[in-house]
Design a protein around this ligand. Structure first.
Ligand code: SF4
Length: 361
């Protein structure tokens, strides 16, 4: 197919999606098969859906790693897994004070959502009580901020306690397609993950569920996973790009290019045109210089560091958003001078617990 014909086809497809057409699997596969030379044109078209729903805003999210490493599960991609030899910090629960302090720094830096994340299969009663205290404290100290909890597999009664404490959302990623799941984890199932997302929905929390791409999945499996997120009605969709940590089974797995990452993001945007799509863990390593281009499709990111790896400095993230002509959701547009994003980035990067794996728990 010639370039012009192809671009016209995508433009027409985007028009139909804007009018309510649900992308088909065949169309999604065609998007992923876009040649490198057509990928920026694809991004421009997909970006029309992004701007239609979210304008030029970027939602900033901030991770607080409440508990790191020491997980009994065996997710192959995760530096916190059972037997992981990855050189990460391992620690048990942060105090409520420390969690609240870190959350406050993220909010000062522009975050409108704080994600309270703990490694592990799922929380105990005591863990839930600990996190509800943190939720109450973070919301008291930061009026208007959204809090998302990410504590692993969860029972509905625990989800209800989190919601009652004020949690707005619960994150639990599907990560990959059901047909791929047994390759990446043996200690829990894809169905367990779906049940957790359903439990969070049942108690009224906003479902946040996304992907890790670059695990060795096929294009068909990428489409399968994106359609599953559409069927689950996920409100926010973090897209993580595999960080192949040394000491994990996926060490040395490098399957992504920046343009492929853009095609995956565009496919997700076309499947879920009105949902928050977030560039998450591994964006710096895989999108590289095309990160700001990715914001034409995605409308959300994590500020600064991830759970067990350092991200780009927070001030660079905010400068990137401003340079690309976007504004942080809930903030006035910053002046355009260098450093104008004006964040105490060193403070943000000193998040007590230091570095923290992709938000995959
Ligand atoms: S992704 Fe979550 S459940 Fe899986 S090993 Fe990592 S911390 Fe544990």
């Amino acid at each position: 197919m010639g370039q012009e014909v192809w671009t016209a086809g995508v433009a027409e497809l985007v028009e139909r999606i804007a009018d309510g057409h649900a992308l088909t699997a065949e169309e999604a596969l065609a998007v992923l098969a876009t040649p490198d030379a057509g990928t920026l044109a694809l991004v421009a078209e997909a970006g029309r859906l992004r701007r239609r729903r979210f304008g030029a805003t970027v939602k900033v999210n901030y991770l607080v790693n409440l508990k790191s490493g020491l997980c009994p599960e065996d997710c192959t991609y995760c530096s916190q897994r059972l037997g992981s030899e990855a050189q990460i910090l391992k620690y048990k629960w942060l105090s409520t004070e420390d969690a609240a302090e870190q959350a406050g720094l993220g909010v000062q830096g522009g975050a409108s959502r704080v994600c309270l994340v703990a490694s592990g299969r799922g929380p105990t009663d005591r863990d839930v009580n600990r996190v509800t205290d943190m939720i109450v404290r973070v919301k008291d100290e930061n009026p208007g901020v959204e809090v998302c909890a990410c504590l692993g597999l969860i029972k509905e009664r625990h989800a209800a306690k989190l919601a009652a404490a004020g949690a707005d959302a619960y994150n639990h990623n599907l990560n990959t397609a059901e047909s791929k799941y047994q390759d990446i984890c043996t200690t829990h199932t894809y169905a367990d993950r779906v049940a957790t997302v359903e439990a969070s929905k049942a108690v009224g929390m906003s479902p946040c569920s996304g992907l890790i791409v670059g695990l060795g999945e096929s294009d068909e499996q990428l489409v399968e996973a994106a359609f599953a997120l559409r069927d689950l009605d996920a409100d926010s969709i973090p897209v993580n790009f595999l960080m192949p940590f040394e000491g994990t089974p996926l060490e040395g797995t490098w399957e992504l290019t920046p343009l492929k990452c853009l095609r995956i993001l565009a496919m997700v945007r076309l499947v879920c045109p009105d949902r928050e799509v977030r560039i998450a863990g591994g964006r710096e390593m895989h999108l590289r210089s095309l990160q700001p281009v990715a914001l034409e499709v995605a409308n959300s990111l994590f500020l600064g560091d991830y759970l067990t790896s350092e991200g780009q400095a927070a001030e660079q993230d905010l400068q990137m958003i401003a340079d690309a002509g976007f504004t942080v959701l809930g903030r006035a547009a910053p002046p355009s001078a260098p450093g104008a994003a004006g964040v105490d980035a060193p403070a943000l990067r000193r998040r007590g617990a230091g570095t923290a794996a992709a938000p995959n728990a």
